[in-house]
Design a protein around this ligand. Sequence first.
Ligand code: PLP
Length: 379
Amino acid sequence: MKVRLFKPSLGNEELENIRDSFEKSWIGLGPKVGEFESKWSSFIGCAASLAVNSATAALHLSLTAFGFEPGKKVLVPNMTFASTAFAPLYNGLRPVLVDVDPESVSISMEDLEKKYTPDCVAVMPVHFGGHPAPMEEIVDFSASRKMKVIEDCAHVAGADYRGKRLGTWGDIGCFSFEEKKAMTTGDGGMMCSDDIDLVDRMRPCRWVGIDKDTWKRNAAYTDAAQLDIRHWYYEISALGYKYNMNDLCAAIGLAQLKKLERMNRRRSVIVARYMAGIRDLECMSPMMPYDPQSNFYWIFGVRCPKRDSLIRFLKVREIATGVHYMPLDLHPFFKEFGGDCPNSHDIWQSFVTLPLHADLTDEEVDYVIEALRDYERNG
Ligand SMILES: Cc1ncc(COP(=O)(O)O)c(C=O)c1O
């Protein structure tokens, strides 16, 4: 039995929505993107959303929105994907890599205080694997230092933390719809905020600086009743990027959004099954303090001191594994932004990510659990 690590959960609903875009012959930035944005805002409970082609783009534009003076610093956890730390660099800012809590793998409040200097302008907490970062503390800490908070929600969509949706705690929340994530559009992302002006300011930046949506202007091109011959006119008033989501992706996203709660709940059931299945094992422990009753997880992993032998043992049984993540400051590019992150350097070496996706069957989960138990006996 080959068991995949991640897998998008796709079906006829997505195909039907794509068919509709085909029939309308509009597959670029169009009405479905607008519909997805407004449905996403209602779902997350924010005032405005901007659909882009990745969370990487959303994170980039989020920092651009505040117009920080180049050279200022942004606090970023050391255990994350490169995109979180690239966002400050795209904006001429400097990432400061902050250590993580050794248990939760969330940004460490202790190290945040240590690494903070008055030239820090923002902090970018990551809800690692779906586990919520301590948002109350982060928001308080940042407010008292006049720092903005940009939540990197690439690993979570639709979860609440202390009664408030993740992605609405900070000034901006950024989501990923890359193919492996909690829900997908193939590739895609969303930037959300309660500040409508801020989101509107960034709208041209995702569309090469153009201040009007082409699909809205398009109707006027052939409208004989409109005598405005300047229907073609637009202005560029901002540095723009080709970051827009397109209608094909939004068509998939609209179908996925309807299924998200079910997919999230299915992943919680799987996490609970894994937890029960490995509870008594001595050679490994859960990667973080999983609480599948309260949180929705994107990563289920274990800590196993003999990581390589476990990965090999599972590979022979055709069970896919991964490692999330090697700390950023161990990558050559990020070395200069790190330093003094002993927890992340220590814990990541035992991390093994196990298969988790909404289509994983109980039979597959039990097959993985049996392999883990077999490893304890014979590995
Ligand atoms: C924590 C984190 N932030 C940002 C991203 C970037 O997401 P995207 O692929 O949508 O750009 C990822 C991707 O895996 C991620 O894990």
